[in-house]
Structures are given as C-alpha cells and as structure tokens.
Design a protein around this ligand. Structure first.
Ligand code: SF4
Length: 209
C-alpha cells in the first residue's frame, strides 16, 4: 500500500480498535442473564475492530468456558482445518472475529449443552457488528446463527441451508457445527467436504491475502 494512503487510514483503524476494546470491556462485565447460567457469566467473545471475517457460532462449551479462549477445543481444531488456517492466523484479531450467539456457557441439558441464551444476541450483536465495517464474510455456524441472520431464507433444516450455501453468498456462508459428534452427518453428506470446504477455503484465502 502507498505510504501516504496507509498513514491516512491508520487513525481510523486505531479508532475502530479502541472502540471495539471499549465495547468488549462492557460485554465482559455483562450479567444480564446470570440467573439462567449455572456456571455464572463469563462472556467468551473476541473481535478486532478491523477484522475481515466473522464467525458466528453457538455458545461456548465447558472447556471454552474454563479457558476463556473461543474455539480452543476439538471443534475449533476441526474448524481451523475447514478454514485452512493455522491457530496463529485464527486468533489474529485483524483476521477473525469470534462471536457466538450466546457469549456465556449455558450449561448442560438432557441431550448435550443447552442452547445459547436468547437474551444475548439481541442485546449485543447489533453494536458489535456495527463496529466491524471491514467484515467481508460472515460464517454462520449452526441453526441458531442461521435462523437469526438468514431469517426466512434459512431452510427448515441446517443440512438444507448448508447444502444451498451459495444462496447466502457473498455476505454469509452457513456451516454445520464442526463438533466431533457430527461424524455420522459427514459420512452421510460427503458433498460438504467436496463442495462447501473448497469454496470456504478459497474465500478465506482471498479475503485474508
Ligand atoms: S450470555 Fe450474554 S446476555 Fe447473558 S450474561 Fe453472558 S454476555 Fe450477558
């Protein structure tokens, strides 16, 4: 980039970083739905004001709740393989914003983790996304993110929404959850690895290069 242009852009970039840090500090102190959180509030969300790809997932699991680092588990490992990026690149705040639908661990239900708290996205997402003007692509992981952001454009099932991923491009790319528990789903749906992942990796590489 031309030196003068770079200098002209930098103050805006610094201002965005500063504003986002302030907002993240506000979120860190949130206890809006603490009465429903069996392990207490611990929001796990990261984003740099200049990030270019947003990953909107579900809610932290137990391991992520304990570490406080988003996607630092087996699902995150698989997600990084899907994206074709190293751990270092994944946690670069200039590259990825990691924002779940519910920022705090909701605890366990009868069949796995409970859904993300419904208060969270309406309370915080609009402000967060408003502070991320450089985002070129938003990955919607799982049904909560897809229903919230695609609305009536989401198919009745996650499988169909993901199969029709091209309809949501270029703004959104819907994905299934990269949980190791979805192994059987992948065996039944080989088109995901063959068609969705190459497109995902190409877009990620183009945006971050
Ligand atoms: S889940 Fe969201 S709304 Fe509830 S306490 Fe955590 S940050 Fe606040």
């Amino acid at each position: 980039m031309d030196w003068n242009l770079n200098e002209a852009i930098r103050p805006d970039a610094r201002y965005r970083e500063w504003k986002m840090e302030k907002l993240l500090a506000e979120i860190a102190a949130c206890n809006a739905c603490s009465a429903h959180l069996p392990h207490g509030p611990r929001p796990v969300v990261t984003a740099g004001g200049n990030c270019r790809i947003l990953i909107i997932g579900q809610a932290p699991g137990r391991r992520v709740h304990e570490s406080g680092i988003p996607w630092m588990d087996q699902s995150g490992k698989e997600l990084r393989r899907w994206l074709g990026v190293t751990e270092e690149r994944f946690y670069d705040p200039e590259a990825f914003g990691l924002i779940p639908m519910g920022f705090c661990y909701p605890g366990k239900g009868k069949s796995g983790d409970l859904p993300p708290r419904p208060e969270c996205a309406p309370l915080w997402h609009k402000r967060l996304l408003g502070g991320l003007p450089r985002v070129k692509l938003t990955l919607l992981i799982g049904k909560y993110a897809q229903e919230y952001y695609l609305g009536t454009a989401a198919a009745p099932s996650v499988t169909e929404t993901v199969r029709n991923f091209r309809k949501s491009l270029p703004e959104y790319l819907p994905l299934v959850h990269p949980s190791p528990r979805n192994k059987i789903w992948h065996l039944k749906n080989p088109w995901f690895e063959a068609r969705v992942l190459p497109e995902l990796r190409k877009r990620v590489q183009d945006i971050l290069s």
